[in-house]
Design a protein around this ligand. Structure first.
Ligand SMILES: NC(=O)c1ccc[n+]([C@@H]2O[C@H](COP(=O)([O-])OP(=O)(O)OC[C@H]3O[C@@H](n4cnc5c(N)ncnc54)[C@H](OP(=O)(O)O)[C@@H]3O)[C@@H](O)[C@H]2O)c1
Length: 326
């Protein structure tokens, strides 16, 4: 099969388009013919070696956690996903920038029937992080107030929708250009993170969902109620600060879950969950896709103008044409 792989830490320029043996599905696994794979910021971060202390890579490594495609073969014990089934899912170890990948069957669900492979591939990591982070780690309840930092990003856009649908009061921080977007997703209040220091106008929230980290996280302890939850995705909250403020500080990591993916697929099919694909690229242009992905959020990457032909400024960048069947 064709795959994009890295033979050592590096950038998108080091991705090699190679012919390698097609993997086999073992017990409890499925072999998926990949039709689309999303670009997550973590792909390039892992590739660069910036996270090698916590998440070292074994080379050669094929990037790509989010995928959508069709089951090619089911391993022993997998009875619910016969060949030909359209699925979507997530593989934390990567592998989606290829014609085929092997995934755990319990990390794969039926693709939302009403959505394209590209749309489906853009969903898993971001939507599961939002759902599990708010509902499980943050224990958010109807009637509570949640502050979501980075509400217009890939995870934040789902978090705003899930929290609103639950019946929570939602305050989201975002760039000025994105304030109407987060309001359209259900935010009751939208704060321009460059213009309004959130701690001057927000207090007594039950949950802070921190998708930004750094100084933003540090300033978040003081806006929580006693006993509230600060759930972070990029940097562990200080236990000392959490104790000093009488709150729970939780570093949260998304866990692949077929059950959660099935719930999200139902919402996508019912039309109650908005999802956006920013732009699609052929698999062979993954390096360029990484560069453009980093450029879209100047705070997180080098300042630059957005890609000229981007039809949508929100949502994920997705790689297509990963399967020869395209
Ligand atoms: N632990 C896990 O399992 C897990 C899973 C998924 C993601 N993550 C992490 O979660 C974080 C968010 O991921 P993502 O995919 O949603 O990222 P993303 O799509 O890049 O979105 C980040 C958003 O935050 C905004 N932002 C930047 N600085 C801000 C500030 N000071 N205040 C408020 N908003 C700010 C950005 O706006 P601009 O456009 O203005 O830059 C952008 O809209 C990343 O660090 C990612 O690595 C962790």
């Amino acid at each position: 099969m064709k795959a994009l792989q890295l033979h050592g830490y590096g950038s998108g320029d080091n991705l090699m388009h190679e012919e390698i043996p097609t993997p086999q599905a073992g017990p409890g696994q499925v072999l998926v013919r990949v039709r689309a794979a999303a670009v997550n910021p973590l792909d390039a971060k892992l590739a660069s070696g910036a996270m090698r202390q916590f998440m070292p890579l074994a080379f050669p490594w094929i990037p790509g956690m989010d995928f959508a495609g069709t089951v090619e073969a089911a391993g022993a014990g997998v009875t619910t996903l016969p060949p030909g089934t359209a699925v979507y899912g997530t593989n934390p170890a990567g592998g989606a920038y290829a014609e085929y990948l092997v995934a755990q069957a319990d990390a794969v669900a039926l693709k939302p029937a009403s959505r394209s492979f590209e749309e489906a591939a853009s969903v898993p990591v971001a939507a599961l992080t939002a759902w599990q982070g708010l509902m499980r780690a943050g224990q958010l309840q109807a009637g509570q107030t949640v502050l979501i930092h980075g509400g217009a990003g890939a995870v934040g856009a789902y978090a705003v929708q899930f929290a609103h649908q639950l019946g929570a009061r939602v305050i989201a921080t975002a760039a000025a250009k994105d304030l109407d977007f987060v309001r359209s997703l259900g935010a009751d209040e939208a704060l321009d993170y460059r213009a309004t220091p959130f701690e001057t106008v927000v207090r007594d929230v039950d949950v802070v969902f921190d998708l930004v980290g750094g100084d933003v996280q540090q300033r978040s302890f003081g806006v929580l109620k006693f006993g509230g939850y600060l759930v972070a995705t990029s940097q562990p909250p200080s236990p000392e600060e959490a104790a000093r403020h009488g709150v729970h500080g939780v570093m949260f990591g998304m866990k692949p879950s077929a059950e959660d993916l099935a719930r999200v697929a139902q919402q996508l099919d019912a039309g109650t969950l908005q999802t956006d694909v920013a732009r699609t690229y052929p698999l062979a242009q993954a390096g360029q896709a990484w560069t453009d992905s980093a450029r879209r959020h100047p705070a997180a990457g080098p300042p630059a103008t957005p890609p000229p032909s981007a039809p949508n400024v929100h949502g994920k960048i997705v790689l297509v044409g990963t399967s020869e069947a395209e």
